[in-house]
Design a protein around this ligand. Structure first.
Ligand code: MN3
Length: 222
């Protein structure tokens, strides 16, 4: 009897795993760790509610389809083949998985030598990059994201995407490998900053994880 129950549990667990392909990743820091740039309540709701909802909705949208067995990156790179629900919730899954990793409470992380060189050459330094990236984020009308990417030519470029689209989707105008992505949906800042998107954009630079951003850059140009 006990054996039967055990095997039933194994089968059930296996079945549940199949139907919950994507899982909410844990943050490597506490919800309050990015204060005062990003407040704890915003972080908690953003991660445990918004991000979680994208993942749940994505899992529901791809249940019992071939997409359920694909890595999220592959799904993004072939997004034109899928429904709007997969595009929106898959994008929401990928973008937020990415977003948390390029933020950190660790102070004074620095770009790698290679990345610093590229930023100096193309933007005249971090101040120039910040101005251009924040400008793209300000000009993104309504909800969306602003990105710093590495293009196919190995050069940095700035872009923005509406909704939960991103630069690795096969439907975007300019494809690239993102190394910074800034969420400009109101849910990312409204509790603390209300309508002041510019203040949020100014302050998020204090919590950028240049170690991770540099790692992504060095990988992309390799
Ligand atoms: Mn968001």
């Amino acid at each position: 009897m006990r054996k039967k129950i055990t095997s039933l549990l194994v089968v059930l667990t296996f079945a549940l795993c199949l139907h919950a392909q994507f899982k909410l990743p844990e943050l490597s820091y506490a919800y309050n760790a990015l204060e005062p740039s990003i407040d704890a309540k915003t972080m908690e709701i953003h991660h445990s509610k918004h991000h979680n909802a994208y993942i749940t909705n994505l899992n529901n949208a791809i249940k019992d389809t071939d997409a359920a067995s694909l890595p999220i990156e592959t799904l993004m790179m072939n997004i034109s083949k899928y429904s709007t629900a997969v595009r929106n919730n898959g994008g929401g899954t990928y973008n937020h998985n990415f977003f948390w990793t390029i933020l950190t409470p660790v102070k004074d992380t620095k770009p790698s030598i290679g990345l610093q060189k590229a930023i100096d050459t193309q933007f005249g330094g971090i101040v120039g990059l910040k101005k251009e990236l924040n400008d793209a984020a300000m000009k993104q009308f309504g909800s969306g994201w602003a990105w710093l990417c590495v293009g196919e030519d190995g050069k940095l470029f700035i872009s923005s995407t509406p909704n939960q689209d991103n630069p690795i989707m096969d439907i975007v105008a300019k494809k690239g490998k993102p190394i910074i992505g800034i969420d400009v949906w109101e849910h990312a800042y409204y509790l603390n900053y209300q309508n002041k998107r510019a203040d949020y954009l100014n302050n998020i630079w204090s919590v950028l994880n240049w170690n991770e951003i540099s790692r992504l850059y060095d990988l992309a140009v390799k």
